[in-house]
Design a protein. Structure first.
Length: 237
């Protein structure tokens, strides 16, 4: 209260844990403070602190692993500087879409050559959806990795598969199956989800080559001589 600060000789606050004092604060108007008064104040503070901590531990003996799902929260992610542009998008189109669809607020600041992205969400679901979207944009595809993508378009020579948000690769008709595929539409449809393996990234253009057949069992080789074949038979040459 204002009267306490105005009329009181001393304002002394002590805080800490069960192991000891972590901070103190004092406002004093008298000329000095005896050691005895200081010792008594600290002892009284410890007694009160231990009582309060005991009540806290009766209710919760350790912190929760996470906030409750409905609690608003903030998460931060650091991204490469060159990924700031793709995340913002032309005229802010990408970041505005993320914010609108996930009900979040996103800020980006460049610090020491990195992009610091702060995501503010009204609940856990909003944050999770926004972070998944952001990570999909800034992730770098790796050769040899398997991705679950979506068929974006089909052409005579293959299909373009979106393996990450905004990142498409070509699944050539020869990489769809071990057996011959006469038409891409016989196996794939637009909008279909399909698992593919990234087999090559062109160093000059950055274009990605994908393979579906690399994830399928390879048929056993039925060629070669069998026990009943004659060495001179042209089919066995």
């Amino acid at each position: 209260m204002g009267d306490e600060d105005h009329l009181g000789d001393m304002d002394f606050k002590v805080t800490g844990t069960a192991d000891g004092i972590t901070a103190t604060q004092m406002d004093i108007k008298v000329d000095g403070l005896s050691y005895e008064v200081l010792a008594k104040a600290l002892a009284q503070a410890k007694e009160g602190r231990m009582h309060i901590l005991g009540k806290i531990l009766e209710t919760m003996d350790k912190p929760r692993e996470d906030y409750k799902p409905h609690v608003p929260r903030i998460e931060q992610i650091s991204i490469p500087k060159e990924m700031i542009g793709p995340l913002i998008g032309p005229g802010g189109k990408v970041i505005q879409e993320i914010q609108k669809e996930t009900s979040t607020t996103i800020t980006i600041e460049e610090v020491d050559g990195r992009g610091i992205v702060d995501v503010f969400g009204i609940n856990k679901e909003a944050i999770t959806n926004a972070m998944r979207w952001i990570k999909g944009i800034v992730a770098v595809p790796e050769v040899g990795e398997i991705y679950k993508g979506k068929v974006k378009s089909i052409l005579a020579f293959g299909a373009f598969i979106e393996i990450m948000p905004g990142k498409d690769g070509l699944l050539h008709i020869s990489e769809i199956d071990w057996k011959k595929v006469n038409a891409v539409e016989d196996v794939l449809k637009e909008g279909q989800e399909v698992e593919v393996k990234l087999i090559e990234i062109d160093k000059k253009t950055g274009k990605m080559r994908l393979s579906r057949k690399a994830l399928l069992p390879k048929p056993q080789d039925t060629g070669g001589n069998d026990s009943g074949s004659k060495p001179g038979n042209r089919e066995n040459r």
